[in-house]
Design a protein around this ligand. Sequence first.
Ligand code: DAT
Ligand code: MG
Length: 140
Amino acid sequence: MAIQRTFSIIKPDATKRNLTGAIAAKLEAAGLRIIAQKRIHLTKAQAGVFYEVHKERPFYDELCEFMASEPIVVQVLEGEDAIAKNREVMGATNPAEAADGTIRKEYALSIGENSVHGSDAEETAAVEIAYFFSGLELVG
Ligand code: DAT
Ligand code: MG
């Protein structure tokens, strides 16, 4: 597997509980390099565009509200097989189903307030990175 880039978010429930560093440390320990990172506060509309793929789901409005409720930290992660590696260290969407040692098992509060986002494929990673970062901000 080649070196990949993926997009990551440390979500409002985690920034609020001062877990930015703890989560970044878990990502780095998994072999992912943080090649871009910034703290931002999304509007609900901006969150809505990011999660547009879920717009027909019953939790969409609640999800957008949550993502705009507090600051988030957006990151670009780089490494061998980075997309799958990040999904592995994140754990399952529902923390009740997340494996021991994963970020969501350790920190997530619920299926909605689940501490982190990670891209699910190369195409979505490219779109998500471009939504938040310019090329000059990616320092590999
Ligand atoms: P993931 O974040 O693991 O990629 P997803 O893409 O299926 O999961 O969903 C995006 C986010 O939407 C997820 O992180 C939290 C929220 N979500 C998903 N399923 C939900 C549900 N059944 N109830 C409430 N929020 C949900
Ligand atoms: Mg997803």
